[in-house]
Design a binder for this molecule. Structure first.
Ligand SMILES: C[S@@+](CC[C@H](N)C(=O)[O-])C[C@H]1O[C@@H](n2cnc3c(N)ncnc32)[C@H](O)[C@@H]1O
Length: 287
């Protein structure tokens, strides 16, 4: 499968204008958090976050295909002893712009740092907020199914009479289950909590994703040949994973060092692929 990677250097607010309308299948990104990383790449004041993100969200809405999905990784910081409300305000603003707030996933960070605070416990999760342009969007649920697990073996060993027929919900929700239907199944659909360690092989960025995070969402919302966009690509984890998974990708980054590091990495990877396919023979200079 022929894939392509397009990297743009600059502010995504303006660079996004270069991307055609209705052309992207998945936007997966983690923008700078409010003020959090001031020392490394500049933060946005929490009170100004919604105003800052609004023109970017409008451009993202334009570039996404009607069948596409936008997954936004974000977490509100603590400000003056309270959780700031900018993420909640952002969701309301996105709805005003025309986005549908379809779902929210939780990224449970399995290995968060230990610590003690007087009035809260250590933070071990982040939001992955799903927005869509229309109610009908592409979703390949079978791609992220998980093994049934040990509990199923013991639960399914002794089935009661209720388990063998459809058991309608007692609260009248209209939902019901027939547990005996699960007997033949080896895999189940996952929940909306994604359990992953924060560790990542990419040490060039202070906030890089673990590769498994974009991988899970790329599997769920795209197929080979589709286009994945990360407008705040940082070290380019989303782009690198999309490339490995035979998706086309577009990344935007404002800091030249991150941009050039990834550009060189991708170019080397492409040369390696061509070399393996026997299309390109490296000269001593390239080796
Ligand atoms: C949270 S980091 C993303 C890390 C990324 N997910 C990774 O795996 O490396 C956010 C990135 O957005 C970049 N950035 C900040 N403002 C930007 C803007 N207006 N346009 C494009 N990139 C921006 C920062 O330089 C930073 O590298």
């Amino acid at each position: 499968m022929k894939t392509s990677t397009k990297l743009l250097l600059g502010d995504c607010k303006t660079e996004l204008k270069k991307i055609p309308s209705d052309s992207v299948d998945l936007i997966f990104t983690s923008p700078p958090y409010a003020d959090n990383r001031k020392d490394t790449y500049g933060g946005i004041h929490p009170d100004k976050y919604v105003d800052w993100f609004t023109p970017i969200a409008s451009e993202l809405l334009r570039t996404l295909k009607p069948t596409g999905t936008f997954v936004l990784n974000i977490k509100e910081k603590v400000s003056n002893g309270e959780r700031h409300t900018y993420v909640l305000e952002l969701i309301l603003q996105m709805r005003k712009l025309g986005w549908l707030w379809t779902e929210e996933f939780i990224w449970h960070k399995k290995n968060c740092y230990p610590g003690k605070w007087p009035n809260r416990f250590r933070d071990s999760w982040e939001r992955l907020i799903q927005f869509n342009k229309s109610k009908k969007f592409n979703m390949y649920q079978e791609e992220v199914m998980v093994p049934m697990g040990e509990w199923a073996k013991s639960r399914l060993k002794k089935l009661s009479e209720t388990d063998k027929r459809r058991d309608d919900s007692r609260v009248g929700s209209g939902f019901g289950k027939n547990i005996s239907n699960w007997l033949e199944r080896t895999k189940a659909y996952p929940t909306n909590v994604v359990h992953l360690a924060t560790e990542c092989s990419n040490k060039n960025h202070s906030a890089a994703f673990p590769e498994a995070l974009p991988e899970w969402f790329i599997k769920l919302f795209t197929k080979e040949g589709d286009t994945v966009l990360d407008p705040f690509m940082g070290s380019g984890t989303t782009i690198t994973v999309a490339h490995k998974m035979c998706r086309k990708s577009i990344g935007i980054e404002i800091v030249p060092d991150y941009y050039y590091l990834l550009k060189t990495g991708i170019e080397n990877q492409n040369l390696l692929l061509l070399e393996q396919a026997g299309v390109y023979a490296p000269t001593a200079k390239h080796k």
